[in-house]
Design a protein around this ligand. Structure first.
Ligand code: NAD
Ligand code: WQD
Length: 343
């Protein structure tokens, strides 16, 4: 089969990272089918993908926990040669309140998917993991060899378990190849301003919260603590532009296609730069010219003090490089937020 015409199944394709990755996959010549039960998204994402690419992607509205429906869907798409698995619940706080729902959704969903991948001989599998697996690392930046800490939440545990399940799966079924991508903090929007992050509920992440405060949808940004042992006292994170992150998936699929059978490689996908909360606010104000209302508040329990990535392995083996800056993140997020909040 023509490599450029490979069909990729994207789970969670209507969500934030999934929808932006679909744009990149279409751009690279892949055919795409999405499977998303819309628990945390809407099919408006498909309209937005179409507005950017001129291509209509089909979404199969199926819950990955419904094994029979999922299996029937694989029967309908025998051309699928790879899977990018985004579909999961991702709220840390909610996972503490509803651990069983998180284990059920994120673990059963993954297991059902891998059962289908095995039965339908889909060889390439990319799994969305998270830098949260590192916890408070002793040495920064973190490499893929940095020891993992005990997970801070049931959500984080589903990512650690998900990685282990993928490793065990390819060890037992070595005709498959798996790539585990550990995302740092995805943020920003497509350059067109036609698509971006559209949280259904109150946003929980810093960049969408900054957007809401700048738009007056919320009163202010509360900086969670200014007494940490960092250069300005606020926490350090590695914000990675969503389109840089999207590109990592297309490269991961290309890597998996050539990787030795039975391999399961893990990669950090971060910008390599640590940014404090106060620096993120300054980047917003600098790149948009908009004054942000903010104040210092108490620490948020469970926050990691500082984390950022060493992405040398992704650069070396995937040929991946982050190309967009913190200012690009804020500028594109702002262009999208103004459009989206007006709709
Ligand atoms: P998102 O909530 O925007 O997208 C996830 C999508 O999966 C949603 O559209 C949701 O409806 C769908 N979904 C959830 N459970 C499903 C199920 N059982 N069956 C079918 N569809 C289901 O989240 P996102 O930010 O795009 O995250 C994508 C992946 O990346 C997740 O696995 C998440 O844990 C991981 N991740 C996200 C971040 C982040 O900060 N956004 C960081 C690290 C890792
Ligand atoms: C970023 C920084 C906050 C909001 C979460 C998940 C993690 C991963 C990424 C999925 C922190 C500060 C935030 C606010 C603030 N997701 N902040 N005021 O904490 O790095 O990680 O998303 O895998 O698992 O835990 O992201 O966006 O919540 O916070 O000061 O109103 O902004 O303290 O330093 P975080 P975040």
């Amino acid at each position: 089969m023509d490599k450029q015409k490979k069909t990729i199944l994207v789970t969670g394709g209507c969500g934030y990272i999934g929808s932006h990755t679909i744009i990149d996959l279409l751009d690279k010549g892949y055919e795409v089918v999405s499977v998303d039960n819309l628990v945390n998204s809407t099919e408006d994402s498909l309209d937005r993908i179409e507005a950017v690419t001129g291509r209509r992607v089909v979404n199969e509205r199926i819950d990955l926990c419904d094994f029979d429906a999922l299996r029937q869907m694989f029967e309908r798409y025998p051309e699928v040669s790879g899977v990018v698995h985004f579909a999961a619940l991702k709220s840390v706080g909610e996972s503490v309140q509803q651990p069983l729902r998180y284990y059920e959704n994120n673990i059963t969903g993954l297991v059902n998917l891998l059962r289908c991948v095995r039965e339908f001989e889909v060889r390439e599998f990319v799994f969305s993991s998270s830098c949260s697996v590192y916890g408070n690392a002793e040495k920064l930046p973190v490499t893929e060899e940095t020891p993992l800490q005990e997970a801070e939440s049931p959500y984080g545990r589903t990512k650690q378990m998900g990685e282990d399940i993928c490793r065990d799966f390819v060890a037992a079924c070595p005709e498959h190849r798996c790539v585990l991508l550990r995302y740092f903090n995805p943020a920003g929007a497509h350059e067109s301003g036609l698509i971006g992050e559209a949280p259904g509920k109150e946003p929980e992440n810093l960049v969408p919260i900054i957007m809401d405060a700048a738009l007056g949808v919320r009163r202010e940004v509360v900086v969670f603590g200014d007494d940490y042992p960092t250069r300005d006292g606020s926490c350090i994170r590695d914000y990675i532009h969503i389109m840089d992150l999207a590109e990592a998936h297309s490269l991961a699929l290309a890597f998996a296609a050539k990787a030795p059978a039975g391999s399961c490689e893990v990669f950090n996908v971060g910008s390599g730069t640590g940014t404090t909360v106060l620096e993120a606010i300054a980047a917003f104000e600098r790149s948009t010219g908009v004054k942000l209302p903010w104040r210092i508040g108490p620490r948020r329990p469970g926050d990691v003090v500082a984390i950022y990535a060493n992405y040398d392995k992704a650069a070396r083996l995937l040929g991946w490089q982050p190309r967009r800056s913190m200012d690009d993140i804020m500028r594109t997020a702002w262009a999208w937020a103004r459009r989206w909040r007006k709709d």
